[in-house]
Design a protein around this ligand. Structure first.
Ligand code: AVJ
Length: 325
């Protein structure tokens, strides 16, 4: 270990790698093997996800953009002048432009994302378009406790703090975990803050299943990329060709489930660990919960948020809530 490697940044990277390894070993040791969906987003996975958002079957992005465009002025008004926008899981930071354009003199944009390089590239593009807005990227796993950096003359974020959590990423959490996450976001943003949050609505099974199993196979590639990432970063020997993408709506739990199904009996090695797969056995890689407006609002209320506004697209497929505390 050289001195130059021993920087805070490298220590953080080593820690993240150790956590990834531990999460993989834990997840693959369960009776129902499972992996956390946050690990989809390495460089290749982030690019595949951006592709998913443009697929004809993947309606959430288009529906949400339609709502945000129609309601941008209202969101700008509730933010008020000089507000700071904090985005949880910012990815390519495309939707946020609609909000920044509608806000009066936004003070700062604070994207929080687990995929550092992808986020920094997006922030560099944004900084050019919004030279007056302070760009404060935070490379962090927003499902863990995050602290906002101090900002502004008083060492605090200026203006109102407006959280932005688009895309129905809240649907990755179980309802219990979603409620505690919403409470955590409330503590991070503080009293007097607002939260603009998108969530996906229950709808026809065929529409849902097509959105998570597109004809071009991009969602399949996104799901399978997780195995290549584990091979590369944790030193496993998955044969991605030995698994197939599976996505279905679980009507009891109101969620799309994604799995990777082993097409044959096989074993996977990871250092001294050894994971056996029966033919047809799956790794559960993602839940994407679909909500009713009432069920969503019940979670938000339990987490200490009040409803300020609730909007849906004309088809009633997706919803955006504006919450306050
Ligand atoms: C980023 C969690 C909102 O659940 O729709 C898209 C991820 N997975 N296609 C979703 C995803 C497969 C997406 N979220």
């Amino acid at each position: 270990r050289t001195a130059s490697r021993d920087t805070a940044e490298h220590r953080a990277a080593d820690e993240a790698a150790a956590l990834f390894r531990a999460d993989v070993i834990f997840g693959l040791s369960q009776p129902q093997k499972a992996l956390p969906p946050k690990y989809f987003y390495d460089a290749a996975g982030s690019r595949l996800f951006d592709h998913i958002c443009r697929l004809p079957e993947y309606y959430p992005t288009r529906c949400e953009l339609e709502i945000l465009k129609a309601r941008a002025a209202e969101i700008g008004a509730l933010a008020g002048p000089g507000a700071s926008l904090v985005e949880f899981g910012s990815g390519s930071s495309i939707k946020v432009r609609l909000l920044l354009d509608a806000m009066a003199e936004p003070a700062a944009y604070v994207p929080i994302d687990i995929s550092g390089p992808h986020m920094r590239a997006a922030v560099a593009r944004l900084a050019e378009a919004y030279p007056a807005v302070a760009m404060v990227p935070v490379e962090a796993d927003f499902t863990q406790a995050v602290r906002l950096p101090p900002l502004g003359e008083g060492g605090r974020l200026e203006g109102r703090r407006v959280g932005f959590f688009p895309g129905s990423t809240i649907g990755n959490f179980t309802p219990e975990a979603a409620t505690s996450f919403l409470a955590h976001v409330g503590e991070v943003l503080g009293d007097g803050s607002a939260l603009v949050i998108g969530f996906d609505l229950a709808k026809d099974r065929a529409v849902l299943e097509a959105a998570y199993d597109d004809r071009a196979g991009i969602t399949a590639a996104f799901n399978l990329n997780l195995l290549s990432r584990i091979n590369r970063e944790v030193g496993a020997d998955f044969d991605p060709g030995g698994f197939r993408h599976k996505a279905f709506f679980n009507g009891t739990e109101n969620r799309i489930e994604m799995h990777l199904e082993s097409v044959r009996e096989q074993a996977v090695r990871m250092g001294r660990h050894h994971f056996a797969f029966a033919r047809g056995e799956t790794i559960h890689t993602e839940n994407s919960y679909k909500f009713s407006v009432d069920a969503f609002l019940a979670m938000a209320r339990h987490a200490g948020w009040r409803q300020r506004a609730m909007w849906t697209d004309p088809k009633g497929w997706f919803a955006v809530a504006a919450l306050e505390r």
